[in-house]
Design a protein around this ligand. Structure first.
Ligand code: PLP
Length: 417
């Protein structure tokens, strides 16, 4: 009775965990939430005031589908200054309600059913969901722990072919926090040119880099004409609920993507665009100290979390992620020792209603970020640093205590067998 194609649509499990957490909280459970992919900071006051004023000024109507010209001007400046490129023409810039819609628009604009799309595994789950939903062929590119969760160049070389239509990349990366090097980007660019494919560069975490430097593929000569570059307000400006994202695209794609915006959401909220424009300008002028303070706090939390995970939890190990705000924790030994089938089962145990303490921890795990690849042996949990230092400490302590509580572990495993 439902459309057949829906069976190919995946999801973003973090939203489902949020639902489960609110159900359990409603029943009186105490939960440390480390599954969340959004800053726990408030939107800077300056941007909120700008939005209020925009509403008073009458920015309450539809806008041009691709975005207000004054916002596009600020986005052009942002791309120019943060990627060291000359300011792009406004007709190459498109605004949407969040960066997420572009993931699907890129497929519907560029890829026919049966054509191949390469994307990172583990990776933001909506890539796999949208690629599969639109009938394209999934070509997951493994990210390897021994490469600091970047990809092995030989793996990409093996995957790419004349059938490849697009390569999705994400740096800094969700869920591993890895950051691609110039060398990685040049390697991707060379293959994209050789096989004439598009690149979708998800740079949502571009301003959240703690070690080393951020590089964008857009800077490489010849890539602007084959790259859809996406960034947005959600992470850097703690504005997830505002729904504002933007893309820099080759001119010939702009109208095609805009028409899909017309066919779906019409445009992005006018007052949110005005406030975002002012936010970008203030940030670039050095007048938005909240962003720098947030980045610095994320770094402190990262160092705290990684140190505690490595020192306190037997069977867990974690590399230091250079970007984004997630720790991608190898929990293979803990799973094996305690008898968990995989990290998903361990994740469920940590949020198990039956635990006598009623003090739980919410996380996401490996298969929330893409299919299991043939021959894979390692298990991972994602810890989000978007929570206070005290809560990170308490969450990690709870994980340690729950793992060493043999009685509860056995009871859980018996019940779930
Ligand atoms: N891309 C990546 C890699 C993300 O992690 C997220 C959000 O978690 C998004 C895109 C979506 O961002 P937005 O809130 O702008 O839709």
């Amino acid at each position: 009775m439902y459309a057949e194609r829906l069976k190919n649509l995946g999801t973003e499990t973090a939203f489902e965990v949020t639902n489960e957490v609110s159900r359990l909280k409603g029943k009186g459970y105490n939960i440390i939430e480390l599954h969340i992919g959004e800053p726990d900071f408030d939107t800077p006051e300056y941007i909120i005031r700008a939005a209020k004023k925009a509403l008073d000024d009458g920015y309450t109507h539809y806008t041009p589908s691709g975005g207000l010209p004054q916002f596009k001007k600020s986005i052009a400046r942002y791309f120019s200054e943060t990627r060291q490129i000359s300011p792009p023409p406004l007709q190459n810039i498109i605004v949407a309600p969040g960066a997420k819609p572009f993931i699907g628009y890129a497929i519907t604009t560029l890829v026919n059913p049966g054509e191949e799309v390469i994307y990172p595994n583990p990776g933001f789950p909506i890539y796999e969901s949208q690629i599969g939903y639109w009938g394209a062929k999934l070509a997951p590119l493994p990210l390897k722990e021994n490469k600091q969760f970047r990809f092995e160049h030989s793996d990409l070389e093996r995957l790419v072919s004349n059938k490849t239509k697009a390569i999705y990349i994400n740096s800094p990366q969700n869920p591993t926090g890895s950051v691609l090097t110039k060398d990685d980007l040049e390697f991707i660019a060379d293959l994209a040119k050789k096989y004439d494919c598009w690149v979708f560069s998800d740079e949502m975490y571009s301003q959240l880099v703690y070690d080393g430097e951020f590089n964008s593929i857009i800077r490489i000569p010849g890539m602007a004409e084959r790259t859809i570059l996406v960034d947005g307000m959600s992470k850097t400006f703690a504005m997830t609920g505002w729904r504002v994202g933007f893309a820099l695209v080759p001119e010939k794609l702009a109208k095609l993507i805009e028409n899909q915006i017309i066919n779906t959401v019409s445009c992005t909220a006018a007052f949110a665009q005005i406030a975002s424009a002012q936010g970008l300008e203030a940030y670039l002028d050095g007048n938005l100290p909240e962003v720098g303070a947030m980045v610095s706090e994320f770094k402190t939390r990262r160092d705290l979390a990684v140190d505690l995970i490595n020192r306190e939890i037997e069977g867990f190990s974690c590399l230091v992620p250079p970007g984004a705000f997630y720790d991608w924790v190898n929990c293979t030994s803990a799973c094996r020792e305690k008898g968990f089938r995989d990290s998903k089962q361990l994740q469920h145990y940590l949020l198990w209603e039956g635990h006598p303490s009623r003090k739980l921890v919410s996380l996401t795990s490996k298969t929330d970020f893409g299919m299991r690849l043939a021959g894979e042996t390692q298990e991972y949990l994602r810890v989000s640093n978007a929570n206070s230092r005290d809560n990170i400490r308490e969450g990690i302590k709870r994980i340690r205590d729950m793992l060493s509580d043999g009685e509860s572990t056995e009871k859980f495993l018996r019940e779930k067998a």
